[in-house]
Design a protein around this ligand. Structure first.
Ligand code: BES
Ligand code: ZN
Ligand code: ZN
Length: 500
């Protein structure tokens, strides 16, 4: 897909050449001035006339009429160099690649040196370019009976970079591309409807992924769960015609199985709410209730591509949450794998139940550090909106590592409190150790806090992606629908992890 060249060649034949333009007055500077020379200074004139804009993410498409080998120049505005950031770069490049795709061009050159500035160096630019390319050109294949001929994809991208060595640029392109592709895989899983992605399908997908990368995989069936006493996952599955699956994938990048990171993802393939049934407007879209599982699987794909020297166990509890004569009910008391008993007050608070057994099982497999990712509560959307993932933790240092990774990934998270008084509400039940729905106040804290009861003393971070897993609007780095949020955060967390 990508080829790297250190020497820039104006005569190279291409459908288009992408260059970044910083907000500097009048004449181009540095590498861009050389391009301008090829156009006898006419690019400068186009800047003056406003046809080329340096405003953030402004695109101009200019036909070159043989002045250079590329048929078109696509310029993208980068704003003020002082304010330039990795995030701004990724979005600008996303915008540029969307332009290439919508213009139906099949190859492109990227003049990487024109994107270096502010805090962004050549290798950041390479990482951003391949990641933005993968993310911004993603499309979910829908089920419409197509009348048009198939779309032509971009086939090759030549990257020119004089500021770094070819091998280094290639390595950064590989990392960025893996992050982008892993995110896209998660998007596809989330976009698939509940009838096309059951727990069995998710388990099959996981087995294939494991096979592709040489991971160890274990799929627990209902009988295994009964033996292990996974009463919480089994309760949620009780009303379903589809068998439940507990999916475990192990990646060992160190000689010994120690300092193990446990990634746990909620895999509810459709959430009706069960007997605490959702209203008709709230039920639409609940195919996305396996967004946490998708994030974990996307991250495992990145890990498989990049093979960091880390140990990871991924655990995904999967079922749908249905109503039927056999379904679990409010007032039921269930026993989780940990032995803790739970009074079910609301069958729609099912995510925390399946995660309870998954967190216990991740510890059983040696997880020393835990992150759970889940579309857990509508409450997190009320608290933080749809741009920010909610977090809870029981360990400051572990949370710092997750926060760093999320910052680098451009996937903002914000921590909510979890005090003893909050835990008291989760632990208050006349008949059981815990209850799964302590009332309206602080939904996001109650949901995540419940999962924390099963992490116990293991360092744990909870990420509630109910607001961020999907978006209603298309954006620079992808279409509307699933975002694949937290794939990159989890992947970076694993890549950068340092045991304390
Ligand atoms: N899957 C939902 C949470 C959700 C809501 C995800 C909106 C995506 C968008 C979850 O299982 C749920 O129903 N949570 C309840 C919990 C309540 C019953 C304690 C909620 O948030 O209302
Ligand atoms: Zn629910
Ligand atoms: Zn749910």
């Amino acid at each position: 897909m990508f080829s790297v060249k250190k020497e820039f060649d104006f005569s190279a034949e291409q459908e288009c050449l992408i260059v970044g333009v910083f907000d500097k007055p009048a004449r181009f500077e540095g590498v861009l001035s050389r391009a301008d020379d090829q156009f006898d200074g006419q690019l400068t004139e186009l800047v003056k006339s406003g046809d080329i804009s340096a405003k953030k993410k402004a695109i101009a498409k200019i036909h070159t009429f043989g002045k250079i080998g590329a048929k078109r120049l696509i310029t993208v505005g980068l704003g003020k160099e002082k304010e330039f950031s990795f995030e701004g770069l990724r979005e600008a490049l996303g915008r540029a690649f969307k332009e290439v795709k919508s213009s139906k061009l099949q190859n492109a050159g990227v003049y990487l040196d024109t994107f270096i500035g502010g805090n962004v160096d050549a290798l950041d630019a390479a990482h951003a370019a391949s990641e933005a390319f993968a993310l911004s050109t993603y499309k979910f294949e829908d089920y419409k009976q197509k009348s048009n001929e198939p779309e032509k994809d971009i086939e090759s991208i030549a990257v020119y970079c004089e500021a770094a060595e070819e091998e280094e640029v290639k390595a950064s392109l590989t990392v960025g591309y893996a992050h982008g592709k892993g995110t896209n895989s998660a998007r596809t899983l989330v976009n698939l409807p509940g009838n096309m992605l059951t727990a069995t399908d998710l388990a099959n997908y996981s087995s294939e992924l494991a096979w592709r990368y040489g991971f160890e995989v274990e799929i627990l069936e209902k009988e295994d769960m009964l033996k292990l006493g996974m009463g919480a996952l089994l309760a949620v599955n009780q009303g379903s015609a589809e068998p439940p699956k507990m999916i475990v994938i192990k990646y060992q990048g160190k000689e010994e199985w120690k300092d193990v990171i446990g990634l746990v993802g909620k895999g509810i393939t459709f959430d009706t709410g069960g007997y605490s049934i959702k209203p008709k407007d709230g039920i639409v879209g609940m195919k996305t209730d396996m967004g946490g599982a998708a994030a974990v699987l996307g991250a495992m794909e990145v890990i498989g591509e990049l093979k960091p020297e880390q140990n990871v166990v991924a655990v995904i509890p999967s079922t749908d949450n249905m109503v039927s004569g056999t379904a679990f009910k409010p007032d039921d008391v269930i026993t989780s794998m940990s032995g803790k008993t739970i009074e079910v007050l609301n069958t729609d608070a099912e995510g925390r139940l399946v995660l309870a057994d998954a967190v216990t099982y991740a510890k059983h497999h040696g997880a020393d550090y835990l992150v759970d990712v889940a579309t857990l509560t509508g409450g997190v959307i009320v608290a933080l909106g749809e741009e920010t993932t909610g977090a809870l933790t029981n360990n400051e240092e572990w949370f710092e590592q997750v926060l760093e990774a999320s910052y680098e990934a451009g996937e903002p998270i914000w921590r909510l409190p979890l005090f003893e008084k909050d835990k008291e509400r989760i632990r208050s039940s006349k008949v059981a150790d815990l209850n799964n729905s302590p009332g309206r106040a602080g939904h996001a804290i109650m949901g995540g806090g419940f999962v924390g009861e099963f992490a116990e003393n293991t360092p744990w971070v909870h990420l509630d992606i109910a607001g961020t897993a999907t978006t209603a609007k298309s954006h620079d780095l992808g279409p509307d629908g699933a975002t694949g949020v937290m794939v990159r955060t989890l992947a970076l967390l694993v890549e950068r992890f340092e045991a304390k």
